[in-house]
Design a protein around this ligand. Structure first.
Ligand SMILES: [Zn+2]
Length: 220
């Protein structure tokens, strides 16, 4: 099975991607990981990626597409593929479709984990981490067993919140994501409406996984 997984920051995409890849024996390709790996390899393409990343710029579509096309075509990907963070734009989606057509392995599903903005704000802004071991907590959904004490390492004191996990920043990130993704979803709805699945992500991770599996099962 080959799927593209879409979801806003805070939608729980990473967690679900890991679970689905395992369950359906798909290779999980995250665009962030692949771009970083290419950069680290020092290849000519990797050096190109590095110049954009160092300058804090978005890597342009044609470079992302070239790298992802290589990754998608690797032989071990034939059994199944879960794309996470790619495509991000309509031109990228068109290039991906063209590449998969060439390989004779079109997408089976485009899955969108849909979450409300308020749920994401609550998830992200309530996130705290242990300054000593990095364990992740949430002020209401996942507090440590003993208040102010880390379950993992026993640290006692203040837990940390990331500087950019504040409501205005999160809402701005969500706005930017929506602007980018809305046309992408429209594109898939136009070219392959029967492949698009939208799953309600405003639930506990296990419930979201169960809903995903129930909807994906016929394609597996
Ligand atoms: Zn800790």
């Amino acid at each position: 099975m080959r799927i593209v997984l879409l979801g806003a920051p805070g939608a729980g995409k990473g967690t679900q991607a890991k679970r689905l890849a395992e369950k359906y024996n798909m290779v999980h390709l995250s665009s962030g990981d692949i771009l970083r790996a290419e950069k680290a390899s020092g290849s000519p393409l990797g050096r190109k990626v590095a110049t954009y990343m160092v300058a804090g710029k978005l890597v342009p579509d044609e470079v992302v597409v070239e790298i992802m096309a290589q990754a998608v075509a690797a032989p071990r990907q034939a059994s199944g593929l879960l794309l996470d963070g790619f495509p991000r734009t309509v031109p990228q989606a068109q290039a991906l479709d063209a590449q998969l057509d060439r390989l004779g392995t079109p997408l089976d599903r485009v899955v969108m984990i849909d979450v409300s903005e308020d749920v994401v704000v609550d998830r992200i802004c309530g996130r705290r981490s242990c300054p000593k071991c990095g364990a992740i907590y949430h002020v209401t959904h996942l507090p440590p067993k003993v208040a102010g004490r880390c379950d993992q390492c026993g640290y006692q004191g203040q837990f940390e919140q990331r500087d950019d996990d504040t409501e205005p920043v999160v809402r701005q990130r969500l706005g930017a994501y929506r602007k980018l993704t809305a046309p992408l979803l429209e594109y898939y709805r136009r070219v392959s409406p029967d492949k698009v699945l939208v799953v309600d992500g405003n639930r506990r991770p296990d419930e979201v996984t169960a809903a995903l599996v129930a909807k994906l099962a016929p394609a597996a």
